[in-house]
Design a protein around this ligand. Structure first.
Ligand SMILES: Nc1nc2c(ncn2[C@@H]2O[C@H](COP(=O)(O)OP(=O)(O)O)[C@@H](O)[C@H]2O)c(=O)[nH]1
Ligand SMILES: [Mg+2]
Length: 386
């Protein structure tokens, strides 16, 4: 996936199809401002103005979202989360989402040569190496879900609960990627990005004070102050510990962003010759190239999804019994024994006495460990309760 400079997140947004005419004046203003941004270079000299425009857009979008959330709720998007992780499948109509869902999961979704075959969220279950991965085909997203067109709120809630985004682009429309990334961005998701290390502590008076442990060439203190003001923070202590741009700052202030991994998948590779495929790969920079119906690389894709979700396998050993090495408990890298207890049973943390661990994370077999211990792939864990 192309790593766009953080400051350019909104690029191209102004080129989006104009929203239906009867929108609020907020919406008109957003479009105007986005147009202004798209024609602006981000550099030392412009960053102040750029920041202000971005902050204004953020504020207006917040208002618009609040407005659209007041509309009648639809039930089409209430999908219960299940399994070890939820992956959202995002792509243009006819990019092959249903075909892919049918190949890698147990779903039986209608495949059609027509656009908009998929009308609501379709879940499928992918089972791989003991992990149960829920994959959701969410068609609404590329139709302006984030900007409050129609079912915005429901689509957003599905997206924000996802653990990963699988972006499907087909060889016939490689430029879909930009549009999709834009929509995802608008839906408050940040794909393959590390959450900026910035702390903002609001206070009653004293203005804005800024502390930094890094050099910020493209974000002057003056810009930080103006952006804060624009977003109604007048007094705060700000501590910045990672190299951020103005977009990151706005993300931190809004504090509603979800940082998840993503995979870019290029589908329909059977429809182009090698030369054209190379050209498209240069443009899209996919993580993997597939053909869903012909099952080219679809097994590899399963493995890629498993790995990108940072899964680890933990084997549970009941007291007095041998460990169950058949069915692992799937956890995420960095999980602790507490996380594991929470996943097993709601009472386990309260009743916890200690755990014994055999395997890579233990210093010696059967080491006695407590809730904060970080477990690793292949550990065998025995939990002792009160
Ligand atoms: N040749 C080819 N056709 C594909 C591929 N993937 C999907 N299709 C076709 O593209 C059309 C749309 O697919 P579908 O899965 O319904 O797309 P969706 O709208 O994204 O769910 C159908 O006719 C599929 O058979 C592929 O890899 N190669
Ligand atoms: Mg479909």
């Amino acid at each position: 996936m192309p790593k766009s400079k953080s400051a350019k997140g909104a690029k191209g947004a102004g080129k989006k199809d104009a929203a239906p005419k009867k929108k609020s004046s907020n919406w008109d203003r957003i479009q105007e401002l986005e147009k202004e941004l798209s024609s602006m270079q981000y550099n030392k000299r412009t960053q102040h103005h750029y920041g202000l425009v971005r902050a204004k857009i953020a504020e207006l979008k917040k208002k618009e979202e609040a407005r659209s959330a007041k509309g009648p709720a639809t039930t089409g998007y209430s999908v219960r989360k299940s399994g070890d992780a939820t992956v959202i499948l995002v792509g243009f109509p006819s990019s092959g989402k249903s075909s892919l869902l049918n190949v890698i999961t147990n779903a039986n979704s209608p495949v059609g040569a027509y656009e908009f075959t998929t009308l609501s969220v379709i879940p499928g279950l992918l089972e791989h190496k003991g992990a149960k991965i829920q994959i959701l085909d969410v068609p609404g997203i590329v139709q302006g879900a984030a900007s409050g067109k129609g079912r915005g709120r429901e689509v957003l809630s599905v997206l924000q609960n996802a653990d990963m985004a699988l972006i499907l682009v087909d060889t016939l429309r490689p430029n879909a990627l930009k549009v999709i990334l834009n929509e995802i961005n608008d839906a408050h998701l940040r794909i393959n990005k590390v959450k900026p290390d910035v702390r903002i502590r609001k206070k009653a008076k004293g203005g804005i004070s800024i502390g930094k442990t890094v050099r910020l060439d493209l974000l002057a203190d003056e810009t930080i102050r103006s952006v804060c003001k624009e977003m109604r923070i007048n007094n705060a202590d700000i501590l910045i510990r990672s190299e951020i741009g103005v977009d990151d700052l706005i993300d931190v202030i809004e504090s509603n962003k979800v940082y998840i991994p993503g995979l870019t998948v290029l589908n329909k590779i059977d429809l182009v010759d090698d030369t054209r495929l190379e050209e498209i790969k240069q443009e899209v920079r996919p993580d993997i190239c597939i053909s869903a119906p012909q099952k080219i690389n679809t097994d590899k894709l399963k493995e890629l999804i498993f790995n990108r979700l940072d899964f680890i396998r933990i084997y549970c050993k009941e007291v007095g019994k041998k460990a169950d090495m058949e069915v692992p408990l799937i956890m995420r890298r960095g999980s602790t024994i507490r996380d594991m207890c929470n996943k097993l049973h709601k009472d386990f943390v309260a009743k916890f006495r200690f755990a014994r661990v055999w395997g890579p994370s233990a210093k010696f077999p059967g080491q006695l460990l407590m809730l904060n211990h970080v477990i690793t792939d292949g550990d065998v864990v025995q939990i002792h309760l009160k």
